[in-house]
Design a protein around this ligand. Structure first.
Ligand SMILES: Cc1ncc(COP(=O)(O)O)c(C=O)c1O
Length: 405
């Protein structure tokens, strides 16, 4: 039987291949250090868990909740934007709570896309950015992921050569997987371009609070006039180590927020009320929990860069996110990121995410997630050191083959 139209457009997850190898190595007793998936390992702060437990005892919270988010939660998100970015949001019309930012993003794509609409999307990027639109019948035009001088000329080319003219542009800074960060000046240029060409901006700011070296990333909504064209997604998953709770937000342009809220009103009844109340309490707190989460990732980042560097693998320090975007060491680069990642599981007992899983332009890289403790990151570096030191002899059949690819 032929595969369904939509399913045919969703290739098997590349990461699954590494996961399978990892599972099979573990079942034979290997101690795999898992730096593959971006799944935070830190517990949710106790005060947030306590709040959930308190609220869940009230049976009134067991009924269907509010699809757009309870008013207190939307007010808390608006207050966060005012405090953190100096951006004023109307919680009634410019904020909608989502079941994690991934759900919000995918349903926004569903809400705004007509068949064949062109959407400009970074490559490499977090898969839902492209596949949310592909599932909605859209067409992707790949864009560079780096927010550098080449970006606006690339946008101009994309608009000139796409028929129909692109509907939307996806931005994701700090980026998963590249960890690139955008400046406010960059956003100003992009917003000016989008306003002039009537293009929607969808900004994924999931890593708003996971930044290092004292440089908080800006919001696109800080640009005057951005509210006319932009909507921005944030997430509680990384900021408060709440990935399993499924809580995120879309904020910004009223028409876009209303479109998402309308679609969601048909699909869900909102997150469980105790989760929404606990999330509101987290957003209203003094930020000490956020600081703690940030400093754990900061220390892990420093250990990773230093220990991998000593092992002979020079990984540029990411300025933000919980990921390092690491160029594959030279002799292995021709293998491609999937084969190299498999080799790392089998020969070094370390799992990473192959860059190609984020798009074809990621294939010279792997993404290393800071989701194991410092001791385990050092352990990974030691076995990678052994792997790199001996690969020339033990893999003499693999490396020359790779070079001929
Ligand atoms: C860039 C980016 N956006 C969105 C998400 C999804 O976050 P959530 O848990 O809020 O759905 C992730 C998760 O890894 C991400 O990296």
């Amino acid at each position: 039987m032929e595969e369904f139209h939509k399913v045919r457009r969703l290739p098997p997850y590349v990461f699954e291949q590494v996961n399978r190898l990892k599972a099979s190595a573990r079942s034979s007793g290997a101690d795999i250090v898992d730096l593959g998936m971006g799944n935070p390992d830190l517990p949710t702060p106790q005060a947030i868990v306590d709040k959930l437990c308190d609220v869940v005892r009230d049976p009134r919270t067991h009924r269907y909740s509010a699809s757009r988010g309870i008013p207190g939660l939307r007010r808390a998100q608006a207050a966060y934007y005012a405090r953190r970015f100096g951006v004023k949001l109307n919680p009634e019309t410019q904020v909608v709570a989502t079941l994690g930012s991934k759900e919000g993003f995918a349903n926004m794509a569903q809400a705004i896309t007509a068949p064949g609409d062109v959407v400009m999307c970074p490559n490499p990027t977090y898969p839902i950015h492209a596949f949310g639109f592909i599932m909605s019948g859209g067409v992707i035009r790949s864009m560079q992921a780096e927010p550098d001088d080449g970006f606006i000329p690339a946008l101009e080319r994309a608009v000139r050569h796409s028929i129909p003219k692109p509907l939307a542009l996806i931005l994701n800074y700090p980026s998963n997987p590249t960890a690139c960060v955008a400046s406010l000046d960059f956003y100003k240029d992009v917003v000016a371009f989008a306003r002039k060409n009537d293009i929607i901006i969808l900004s994924d700011l999931a890593y708003a609070e996971i930044y290092f070296d004292g440089n908080p990333p800006p919001s696109v909504l800080q640009v005057p006039g951005a509210m006319d064209v932009a909507v921005e997604f944030t997430s509680m998953s990384k900021t408060f180590s709440m990935p399993g709770w499924r809580m995120g937000f879309a904020v910004g342009n009223e028409r876009l927020v209303a479109a998402l809220a309308r679609v969601k009103s048909y699909l869900d009844y909102g997150a469980f009320t105790p989760i929404q109340v606990a999330a509101a309490a987290a957003l209203n707190s003094d930020g000490a929990e956020i600081e703690e989460v940030r400093s754990v990732y900061h220390r892990r980042r420093d250990v990773l860069v230093e220990a991998f560097g000593r092992a002979g693998w020079h990984v540029p320090p990411p300025p933000a996110t919980m990921f390092a975007w690491a160029p594959i060491p030279e002799p292995f680069r021709p293998l491609g990121s999937l084969e190299f990642s498999k080799l790392l599981v089998e020969k070094a007992e370390v799992a990473v995410a192959p860059g190609v899983g984020f798009g074809e332009h990621g294939d010279d890289y792997v993404r290393i997630a800071l989701v194991e403790n410092e001791h385990r990151i050092r352990q990974a570096a030691r076995s990678i050191k052994r792997f790199l030191a001996t690969a020339g002899e033990t893999l003499d059949n693999v490396i020359p083959l790779a070079a001929r690819r």
